[in-house]
Design a protein around this ligand. Structure first.
Ligand SMILES: [Zn+2]
Length: 255
């Protein structure tokens, strides 16, 4: 017990977050198959072409006073640039704004990921969504002084056809993902797999052109995501994945 506590205090990888075991089947794969069937069309990007040895690390639901600073430290340690999809309602306090600026100053990308992450998107007027996205972009620019390419990730990865059409007409690309760190524990929807299997899952499923989605937000009422394990996951995942692929932010791909 004492040894266990000492290990936890020293920041070692915990079995709760990282398990060194093969992992083949996952609900994440099921979600992707369903998603690709439901949401497709011009402007939707599930992954980039498989002919280049580059992958794209993305973080949803940021910023978080609790979780973002330590993740920025790990990314800096391994010299990796990522892309953060932020929730508009989390850009209000000075502390949140300071974290957003830090994300930007460290060279990562920042894009909108809805105002409040409610799953009412299906019923939202497409023009309301367009306005919401551009308002969040303006807030990001006001806080960081930077503008980013017009990329958007919908909450829940749900993008109805009318929304897709209007966004594409207005120059947006919709970034989804083909490697899903976050869907391991959604008890409300019957998915409750141990987060400890996420690293083996990520390592087995990351392919050339992959877009990897992880979560960097506070616990929401609609699910428990990987935020509380993210630092430990990245400590194991990043050095291994860096040996195989070049990790890029999404804006580096838009040039
Ligand atoms: Zn999200």
């Amino acid at each position: 017990m004492i040894i266990f506590v000492l290990l936890m205090l020293s920041g070692s990888v915990s079995a709760q977050c990282v398990e060194d075991a093969p992992y083949s089947f996952s609900t994440s794969g099921f979600s992707e198959t369903m998603g690709r069937w439901l949401f497709s069309g011009d402007g939707i990007i599930w992954n980039y072409p498989r002919d280049k040895n580059e992958v794209f690390l993305t973080f949803d639901d940021a910023p978080s006073l609790k979780y973002t600073p330590s993740v920025l430290d790990v990314l800096k340690k391994y010299q990796v640039k990522g892309s953060f999809f932020v929730i508009g309602n989390r850009l209000k306090s000075e502390k949140e704004k300071t974290i957003l600026r830090k994300i930007s100053e460290d060279g990562h990308d920042i894009f909108p990921h809805s105002r409040d992450h409610k799953n009412s998107l299906l019923w939202q007027d497409p023009y309301d969504l367009l306005r919401e996205i551009s308002e969040i972009e303006l807030e990001i620019t006001a806080i960081t002084g930077k503008t980013y390419p017009k990329l958007y990730r919908p909450a829940w990865g749900i993008i109805p056809e009318a929304h897709r059409k209007l966004l594409v007409q207005n120059g947006y690309k919709i970034i989804l993902a083909d490697v899903f760190g976050g869907y391991f524990s959604l008890p409300r929807f019957g998915f409750d797999e141990p987060k400890s299997k996420m690293v083996p899952y990520l390592l087995e499923n990351t392919k050339p052109g992959s877009i990897i989605v992880l979560h960097n937000g506070e616990k929401r009422s609609d699910g428990v995501f990987d935020s509380d394990c993210l630092e430990e996951i990245l400590e194991v995942y990043l050095p291994k994945i860096k040996q195989k692929f070049s990790l890029k932010s999404l804006s580096q791909k838009q040039d």
